[in-house]
Design a protein around this ligand. Structure first.
Ligand SMILES: [Fe+2]
Ligand SMILES: [Fe+2]
Length: 164
């Protein structure tokens, strides 16, 4: 017999997915910071690493609110996005387009996170987890701010250099 899963199940599964993704990002950002040559970009990666560690803690708070232990579930999407980033680091090492590639990879990560957090926030509200929704919204705001900061670095310096 097929188990009839609810929005509650979906919320928890997606929470585990993003918990995995955030930990993967904590592991990856230092490599991107090392690889970047532009100082503004290095700083942006360092700043977002600190924020991402807080994102992990916020997710742990959300698990606590819904009364479960934090658990990660392999997120194939983030593995694919970070694999592509690793490919850029390898194939563009020493090239003028490296930073533009790193920026693009980082923005793919932010957009993935924004999509997940937007969904989770909406589901949390529907399920009546208002405090969890607030925490998820706070992280969503930081992902969006990061995406905007990366766009501004891309247009101000990095893409021009890549064209040179
Ligand atoms: Fe995050
Ligand atoms: Fe992020």
């Amino acid at each position: 017999m097929v188990e009839l899963k609810t929005l509650e199940n979906l919320f928890l599964d997606t929470l585990k997915d993003v918990y995995f993704a955030e930990q993967k990002i904590v592991a990856t950002l230092p490599e991107m910071e090392d690889a970047a040559t532009n100082n503004q970009l290095k700083d942006a990666f360092a700043k977002h690493l600190a924020e991402t560690k807080v994102h992990v803690q916020r997710l742990e708070q959300v698990f606590a609110i819904i009364g479960t232990e934090p658990e990660a579930k392999t997120c194939d999407a983030i593995l694919g996005i970070t694999d592509e980033g690793a490919e850029i680091m390898e194939e563009y090492e020493g090239s003028p387009a490296l930073d533009a590639g790193l920026l693009a990879a980082a923005q793919a990560v932010e957009h993935y996170e924004m999509s997940r957090y937007g969904t989770l926030r909406t589901w949390a509200l529907e399920l009546g987890y208002n405090d969890a929704a607030g925490l998820l919204q706070t992280t969503l705001d930081e992902e969006q701010a990061t995406d905007l900061a990366l766009t501004s670095i891309a247009t101000s310096v990095v893409n021009q250099k890549a064209e040179a």
